[in-house]
Design a binder for this molecule. Structure first.
Ligand SMILES: Cc1cc2nc3c(=O)[nH]c(=O)nc-3n(C[C@H](O)[C@H](O)[C@H](O)COP(=O)(O)OP(=O)(O)OC[C@H]3O[C@@H](n4cnc5c(N)ncnc54)[C@H](O)[C@@H]3O)c2cc1C
Length: 425
């Protein structure tokens, strides 16, 4: 067969869910992927356990999708995280909720989710072609007309869904192939950039690797603009690396580094770590004073062991201009205040992030002004639909991108099938 009601390009979460929604509506569907396996990126999400979705309510979901989350209101109204959970439970994949609403399969195996989804797609009669890179999409008189593979083979359809993902971690197949096809249809692509990516710093103590491998638990990391205004703050765990900082809260802050760099035409961006986010400056001062009083004869650098991450002590003391060998009883009020302030706001400079290839998620993509939010259909080319990370939508890791991919995929598949039925009648 070389004519289908709907052709889906890309077998990630968005494309697979588009196949389900179109197949459930009786459409004949062809799914094409250039890799030998479907759902590769989905399979490595959530630390390899597959972070299927997030259990938070719609407003919170959107809040955790800082890259144009509001565009998703319409899609979420019709098919959202609750539907994703019901869908997978219906496939015999029980789910469990972990911290911050993250949903995982009880099996902790990504393969159980990917296999169940692919089986459902097959059960609905979808034709699947793997190892089949698409070269271009065929357009005719303002209407999608089909696709041409790199091999030269063509397949016809009035409804084509681009679900090719972004450009990060290209070894999973997401190499940005969808963008030129969108441009050929008249679309614009907003600038692509890495999000959910480790942050780079050239601070001497990063270059010397003295903190490499040290993780901080339950601290607050913030990004500041050159006017001294806090742009964003995230609380949780982070890690010092040989090039800068990483870990959950660093990844979340990363996109704001680029934002400040662009807005203020600067390279260096101030960041700060609050080691005691639950305490006020006054309370940290009191806690420090109490330690000094308990151990009046000890050197301060020893008195604070067990209270402050040990490997950070020399750096924190020198930042506060406090000699670690000073005995506790000899520390002035000014030094107490300076050290407490350093613990509450340890400032350092970031100078960028790691590359798009290393990012978990691609920022930017197909301009949302050119997409119908209710259907995911192009406003510029009839029968052309988009879903998933190829769109200019990006969220924090934690199931938010996958929720966006499933939801936009379902919406695109449903409406592509409905549009295709008009051609059948
Ligand atoms: C390590 C890692 C961990 C992550 N963890 C999380 C997480 O915990 N929570 C979260 O929300 N998100 C997470 N993400 C992000 C999430 O996985 C992606 O946002 C999501 O997979 C995007 O889905 P998609 O369907 O749009 O595209 P993709 O999953 O990228 O799939 C695109 C598909 O298109 C195919 N394709 C591309 N070009 C062509 C072509 N020319 N012809 C045919 N086929 C083509 C590719 O082979 C691929 O199969 C993580 C990402 C990574 C890399």
């Amino acid at each position: 067969m070389s004519h289908y009601d709907v052709i889906v390009i890309g077998g990630g979460p968005s494309g697979l869910m588009a196949c389900v929604a179109a197949g459930e509506r009786g459409a004949s569907v062809l799914l094409i992927d250039k890799g030998d396996k479907l759902g590769r990126k989905l399979g490595i999400s959530g630390g390899g356990r597959c972070n299927v979705t997030n259990a938070k309510d719609t407003d919170a979901l959107i809040e955790h999708i800082p890259g144009n989350g509001r565009f998703l209101y319409s899609a979420f109204q019709h098919w959202n995280n609750r539907d994703i959970m019901t869908f997978f439970e219906g496939l015999g994949i029980p789910l469990k909720e972990e911290d911050n609403g993250r949903m995982f399969p009880v099996s902790d195996k990504a393969s159980s989710v990917v296999n169940a989804l692919v089986s459902k797609v097959k059960e609905l009669g979808t034709d699947i072609k793997t190892n089949s890179p698409v070269e271009r999409i065929l357009y005719q008189d303002g209407q999608a007309a089909g696709v041409e593979l790199k091999s030269g083979k063509t397949y016809k359809s009035h409804c084509v869904i681009i679900a090719t993902g972004g450009q990060s971690v290209p070894q999973t197949g997401s190499t940005g192939d969808g963008y030129p096809w969108a441009v050929a249809a008249g679309h614009t692509i907003t600038e692509l950039y890495p999000t959910e990516v480790p942050i780079v710093s050239t601070e001497p103590w990063i270059a010397s690797k003295e903190l490499q491998g040290l993780s901080l638990r339950d601290v607050e990391l913030s990004v500041w603009n050159p006017k001294g205004k806090r742009v964003i703050a995230h609380r949780g765990d982070m890690l010092f690396t040989h090039f800068g900082v990483s870990g959950p809260i660093a990844l979340r802050c990363s996109q704001f580094i680029r934002q400040v760099q662009r807005k203020f035409d600067t390279v260096n961006v101030d960041m700060a770590i609050d080691l005691f986010p639950d305490l006020s400056l006054g309370q940290v001062e009191s806690a420090f004073k109490e330690r000094l009083e308990q151990e009046p004869k000890k050197a301060v650098k020893n008195a604070i062991k067990g209270w402050i991450p040990e490997r950070m002590i020399p750096l924190l003391l020198s930042t506060a201009d406090l000699d670690g060998d000073t005995v506790c009883s000899g520390i002035s009020k000014t030094s107490v205040n300076a050290f407490a302030s350093t613990l509450k706001k340890f400032l350092f400079r970031a100078c960028g992030t790691r590359s798009l290839k290393e990012a978990f998620v691609t920022g930017g993509g197909v301009n949302l002004k050119e997409i119908q939010p209710k259907t995911m259909e192009s406003k510029l080319m009839q029968g052309l639909f988009f879903c998933g990370e190829v769109l200019d939508i990006h969220g924090y890791t934690g199931g938010y991108n996958i929720t966006a991919a499933f939801s936009t995929g379902y919406t695109a598949g449903k409406h592509a099938a409905e549009a295709a039925s008009l051609f059948r009648n």
